[in-house]
Design a protein around this ligand. Sequence first.
Ligand code: NAP
Length: 315
Amino acid sequence: MNDFDPSVMDIDHGYTLNWSGKSPSGGEAGAGDGSAPAFKIPRIAYGTFELSGEEAETCVISAVEMGYRLIDCARFYGNEKQVGKALAEVQTSVPREQLFVQSKVWNDRQIDGTVRGSLEETLRDLQLDYLDIFIVHWPVEGHYLDTYEQILGFIDEGLVRFAGVSNFQVGHLQSLVDRGYPLPAIDQMEHHPRMQDNDTLGFCRENGIVYEAWSPLGRGGSLSSVDPVIAQISNDHGITPAQTILAWQEAEGIIPLPRSKNPEHMLANAASLAVELSSDEMAKMESLNRHEYLEPAVQPSNFGDVLNGLSSHFD
Ligand SMILES: NC(=O)c1ccc[n+]([C@@H]2O[C@H](COP(=O)([O-])OP(=O)(O)OC[C@H]3O[C@@H](n4cnc5c(N)ncnc54)[C@H](OP(=O)(O)O)[C@@H]3O)[C@@H](O)[C@H]2O)c1
């Protein structure tokens, strides 16, 4: 792992985003400010959930200094002001077009019809002129199609380069097609050894949608009691269980979004990009699937029932 080259986290080593490139009014997507390498997304992200205060700022600065270029944000995380300070600071050494910043619109803003206001607050707090991807955080029934259409419009305005979704299963994605919308550039889903949604993953692969793994380490749960299969693979490669899990996701062509406050963990997570697992090890990792959501009450298929309890404003 000593020979790990952080440049593999750069945008130009990333996946190509397969996007039809048209918003409903016919504008070209993906232009941004015109200078960014088009249609690429880095292969690993730094997740910002549950980072707060000054720590959020210092963690994001450290992440970019280590080579992370894809930063996963959300209005819901309540820390975009701190993340924005970090993004402003790192741009003294890393050009904006080398960063890939994604954020999400939360449920309440879909329901009360203030998606544009939410995007404006995100851009203000992140101190950015445009987002690389703006994501529908959850498919709020009766609203998510309109939210998605608005995001397509923001592409025309140069406020957003690509449209993304999160927690969208096959039926939700199909409903975008039925409305005549282009499929999203990415779908961000809960994904860790015990929760693998192979139907949605398969649909995304068939349709060129990049799959991102949220809670890739099971929010740390996959590490507190390590499955013997993961322990064995880690032992055989001389790596940590976290690295085994991330290397498995990366070999699947999935972008993991690990979150860590610990610089050693952040470096180790990045170095997982240099690990190669055998096809036998990959099959063993896939066999750990138990369809176990971290929060069974909060999942795409029953999301409508719990929505009210999740709604939240930050300003
Ligand atoms: N779209 C959505 O609905 C959604 C939902 C949830 C999360 N997300 C995104 O996904 C990101 C990641 O998910 P998450 O924050 O829930 O959890 P996660 O990344 O699966 O796990 C985070 C936990 O793992 C630990 N950890 C990280 N690297 C480690 C390592 N190398 N060795 C040992 N422990 C390690 C961290 O502790 P240390 O700090 O001590 O390293 C932390 O306790 C979020 O930050 C967010 O960006 C999206």
